[in-house]
Ligand binder design. Structure first.
Ligand code: COA
Length: 260
């Protein structure tokens, strides 16, 4: 499959997606959203891929938002379709049964911040800047920002970011728990791929069950969540990986997981 605005490669069970419109700071136009939709559909069905990393092309931006030239032409009906489409694509990322890591290498604004928020883990470079500047354009976030930012960080802090449109630094993003770790720009992708490799080396059935269980906390109560965890725990104990992992420990050797 070939894409116009994204680069896609698979290496050692990791899919690396690079949003590639550096002259427009990787702004998400309709074509790029369609391509993200397609690439995630293909990732879902590709058993060779265990984990996904998303980054941006160039040294300035992860994604500087939705494409404002396209936004400018929206009317009420097309705006609803625009928002619903982006929300559907980002929700597919968030609910993918494989971990998705954002390597935020510069501006993550508007749709870029929202894309990072839909990922399961966020690493950033020291020059990264996060923000929801939509109010500066007379609009509100439309790809999940109002919902996910307030769920990922303190809701008063989320409101401050959304109501002011101000950008925050990578250091501040780390302090408020918006990103997991910060690296120099030169190290960011390498460190992210190292994390991907570490996760890929585990039994992938356990990884998928663990992801499912943790993501369920978005929708259910603690009581329901504990019951769900017990069911998934029982299921994972029916896998070959469970036998191999526990036996390898007792035999004092490294497990050889059957990752298919
Ligand atoms: N949509 C469309 N084009 C965008 C864009 C976006 N979201 N963000 C940047 N670009 C384009 C610029 O128009 C410019 O294109 P040009 O060279 O054809 O004029 C190019 O990317 C480089 O951007 P520029 O503004 O010159 O870079 P800068 O370093 O001076 O500023 C930003 C960087 C990120 C602060 C600035 O580009 C910006 O504010 N972008 C919009 C961010 C935003 O509001 N996003 C939310 C959209 S809902």
């Amino acid at each position: 499959m070939s894409y116009e605005n994204i680069l896609f490669e698979i290496k050692n069970h990791t899919a690396l997606i690079t949003i590639n419109r550096p002259d427009k700071l990787n702004a998400l136009n309709g074509q790029t959203i369609n391509e993200l939709d397609e690439v995630f559909e293909s990732i879902k069905n590709n058993s060779e891929i265990f984990i996904v990393v998303i980054t941006g092309s160039g040294e300035k931006a992860f994604v500087a938002g939705a494409d404002i030239a396209e936004l400018n032409k929206l009317d009420i009906m097309s705006a609803k379709e625009f928002s619903e489409k982006g929300n559907r694509v980002f929700r597919a990322i968030e609910t993918l049964d494989k971990p998705v890591i954002a390597a935020v290498n510069g501006f993550a604004l508007g749709g870029g911040c929202e894309l990072a928020l839909a990922c399961h883990i966020r690493f950033a470079s020291e020059n990264a800047k996060f923000g929801q500047p939509e109010v500066n354009l007379g609009i509100i976030p439309g790809y999940g920002g109002t919902q996910r930012l307030a769920r990922h960080i303190n809701s008063a802090r989320a409101l401050e970011i959304i109501l002011t449109g101000d950008m925050i630094s990578a250091e501040e993003a780390l302090r408020i728990g918006l990103v997991n770790k910060v690296f120099s720009q030169a190290d960011l992708v390498t460190k992210t791929l190292e994390l991907a490799e570490k996760i890929s080396s585990k039994g992938q059935q356990a990884i998928r069950f663990a992801l499912k269980a943790v993501k369920a906390t978005d929708n259910i109560s603690l009581t329901e969540g504990l019951a769900y965890e017990a069911s998934l725990f029982a299921l994972v104990c029916g896998t070959e990986d469970f036998k191999e992992g526990t036996t390898a420990f007792l035999d004092k050797r490294k497990p050889a997981f059957n990752n298919r």
